[in-house]
Ligand binder design. Structure first.
Ligand code: PEP
Ligand code: MN
Length: 338
């Protein structure tokens, strides 16, 4: 349920109202917007009489929110959330960023790749140190040594880093390395204890959609993180499993405007895992951009045939630079005043 507070309400009246609601065992989520202030009420709101709230001086109107996701719901927070990822990099609310780098952190070539993607306009460096591999015999990533390399690259280039966390026992290691953005991978999209654990940090989270996850399941995963207090969640569309076999996954371009409508959280497109093949990555990156994403995550490798993982979908630095020029033209077209 949301209660829209009148413009004329004083901060004290608002505080009194919140205390009154919380005193009845509900949680609240306050969104102070330019036009209106909204108090989201979370809990079994069937116990609340909306007419009683509407009879209060400071309440403009009351509306039931039928969706199961509350904190992620745009009704609770009409304005776009803008996430500060550090180094002056903002995502959402008109701030568009590209995250790029190798699938796996492999060694010193991380710096070569990082310099190239930075020069082409990427603002966030990606690279997996803990890799979720389908086979337990496949390379599992460099682990903590990979985090150290990411930190070195961050230091040199002055850009935030995003890397995947798979195990709640590694949260402290991520905090110690001051990882700027925690990625939760598609395979862990419904790992609820892990989602709760990252929800207890205040580190921005890049939350992938589950392998065959619905949009609502994606939003509920975000809700798990937010319900623990961390509201800095970016949703990532990375393709879903369908009956199609010509591509690794099927990029759900519909999900972009649908999510933008349902939630205030930023939406990121990942054309690399969505397609699985280098030749399809750029067209799908352009489609995602045109559909209104707040950013992209793209895998780039200096020598794709030698990559430890996902070489088949990596762009070379040259391809990435070409993509960045076109992405910027598409952004201009879709954000232009016409
Ligand atoms: C990745 O980003 O390298 C990755 C494993 O992504 P996903 O979880 O979307 O498969
Ligand atoms: Mn990958």
């Amino acid at each position: 349920m949301i209660a829209v507070v009148k413009q004329s309400a004083s901060p004290e009246q608002l505080q009194q109202f919140i205390a009154w609601i919380e005193g009845r065992g509900f949680k609240t989520h306050v969104s102070v917007g330019e036009a209106e202030t909204i108090v989201g009420i979370i809990g079994d709101t069937s116990r609340i009489d909306p007419f009683l709230l509407e009879s209060m001086d400071i309440i403009e109107r009351v509306q039931r929110v039928s969706e199961a996701f509350k904190k992620a719901n745009r009704k609770f927070h009409p304005e776009d959330t803008i996430i500060d990822c550090g180094y002056g990099v903002l995502v959402g609310g008109g701030h568009f960023q590209v995250m790029a780098g190798p699938c796996s952190v492999e060694g010193e070539n991380l710096l070569t790749i990082a310099r190239a993607v930075r020069a082409a306009g990427a603002t966030i460096l990606r690279g997996g140190a803990f890799k979720p591999r389908t086979s337990p015999y496949a390379c599992q990533g460099m682990g903590e040594a990979g985090l150290d390399l990411l930190c070195e690259a961050r230091e040199e280039l002055g850009m935030p880093i995003v890397t995947e966390l798979m195990d709640p026992r590694d949260v402290q290691t991520f905090i110690d390395h001051e990882i700027d953005i925690i990625q939760i991978g598609a395979r862990n999209a419904q790992n609820f204890p892990l989602l709760r654990e990252v929800g207890k940090t205040d580190i921005p989270v890049l939350l992938k959609r589950g392998i065959a996850g619905t949009i609502d399941e994606h939003l509920m995963a975000a809700e798990y993180i937010m319900s623990e207090g961390n509201e800095k969640v970016m949703l990532c569309e990375r393709g879903i499993r369908t009956f199609e076999t010509r591509t690794r996954n099927t990029f759900d371009v519909n999900a972009i405007p649908v999510l933008k409508n349902l939630t205030h959280l930023p939406v990121i497109g990942d054309p690399s895992h969505a397609t699985g093949y280098t030749r399809y990555v750029r067209p799908v990156a352009y489609a995602a951009t045109a559909a209104g994403v707040d950013g992209l995550e793209i895998e780039v490798h200096d020598n794709p045939t030698e990559a430890w993982s996902d070489g088949a979908q990596a762009l070379t630095p040259e391809m990435f630079a070409d993509a960045m020029r076109r992405i910027s033209l598409i952004r201009e077209a879709v954000t232009a005043e016409v």
